[in-house]
Design a protein. Structure first.
Length: 317
């Protein structure tokens, strides 16, 4: 986010999430209470998710899954540490948090560690060809890139930054979210087993966190964000879903018929096309509206998606 724009709007930047906190002019107990509840609510939610993931790892016999839970515990714990740093500065010292700040280290570690955790999840006994998986990954990533460019990523690029580091960090957040959602969609379409409900909760939680981040960056770029905004609930809900998935993982699994362990064919085949449909709808809407020039990279990615769809269909024959 640009420093000049931030000064004009009377806002201060929140860590790498480029957040804006609006303080009411003069003493306002209601405003201070809103900020405190907002900060501490997110901190408690992230910390609880970290503890639940850690205990889920301790109760897991499989080494691979145990490390996946430990990495998720570290990811949510890092986010909580970043939020604790931010809350300390805002609630106790009352000073504007600089950007970049120490909180960025925790926030940026979250997508890195979450990505590592997702890569450790097994894909089950029956998997599609590696080439088909690669095309699915490219389809999902490209579709999400178009959506990100139309929202958070484009907003971050337009806003720029006071320094190169600030600009790089502003771009790192939506890109990190893009990677996490891509892996979530790939994993949930491939994993078999009785713990699909656990994976569903984890996937929903991680997607909620990524959507909250993207919504936040988009609102921030227009100066329309303030503490207590609805997107803050996305972070709380996301961590709550992750915690619930971890708690469910510690409960004994009920016996399930063998034919229900397999990933439904419609999910395996159709999931990569859901984000593609959204991306092409957004891109088509931008072209028809003509309100602004569609960036060339966004158009190129849209064309590349068409080629990938044709290649995937050819391999699926």
């Amino acid at each position: 986010m640009g420093r000049a724009a931030g000064l004009r709007r009377g806002r201060h930047l929140r860590g790498g999430r480029a957040c804006v906190r609006r303080r009411a002019a003069g003493p306002s107990l209601a405003a201070d209470a809103t900020v405190a509840v907002d900060d501490l609510g997110q901190l408690v939610a992230a910390g609880s998710a970290s503890l639940c993931c850690w205990f889920a790892g301790r109760n897991t016999q499989t080494v691979r899954i145990r490390w996946a839970w430990r990495l998720l515990a570290a990811a949510t714990g890092a986010w909580a540490a970043g939020e604790a740093s931010w809350s300390y500065d805002e609630l106790l010292t009352g000073r504007a948090v600089p950007f970049p700040s120490l909180a960025d280290a925790g926030f940026l570690l979250f997508p890195v560690l979450a990505t590592a955790a997702l890569l450790l999840l097994p894909a089950g006994k029956e998997t599609a060809s590696r080439l088909l998986d690669l095309l699915d990954g490219l389809l999902i990533a490209g579709s999400l890139l178009v959506l990100a460019w139309a929202t958070s990523l484009g907003a971050a690029l337009d806003a720029g930054g006071a320094t190169r580091l600030a600009t790089a960090l502003s771009l790192a957040y939506p890109l990190g979210d893009l990677v996490v959602i891509t892996l979530v969609l790939l994993v949930i379409s491939r994993v078999n087993g009785v713990r699909r409900a656990v994976l569903g909760l984890l996937a929903a939680g991680l997607v909620a966190l990524a959507v909250a981040d993207s919504t936040f960056v988009s609102l921030t770029s227009t100066g329309s964000y303030s503490s207590g905004n609805g997107c803050d609930l996305g972070w709380v809900a996301g961590f709550a879903l992750v915690a619930l998935g971890a708690v469910l993982a510690t409960t004994p699994a009920a016996p399930v018929a063998a034919d229900r362990l397999r990933v439904p064919s419609w999910l395996r085949l159709g999931l990569p096309y859901f984000p593609l449909l959204l991306a092409e709808t957004v891109l088509t809407g931008q072209l028809l509206a003509g309100s602004r020039r569609v960036p060339a990279p966004e158009l190129l990615v849209g064309l590349a998606l068409i080629v990938l769809v044709l290649a995937r269909q050819f391999l699926a024959l």
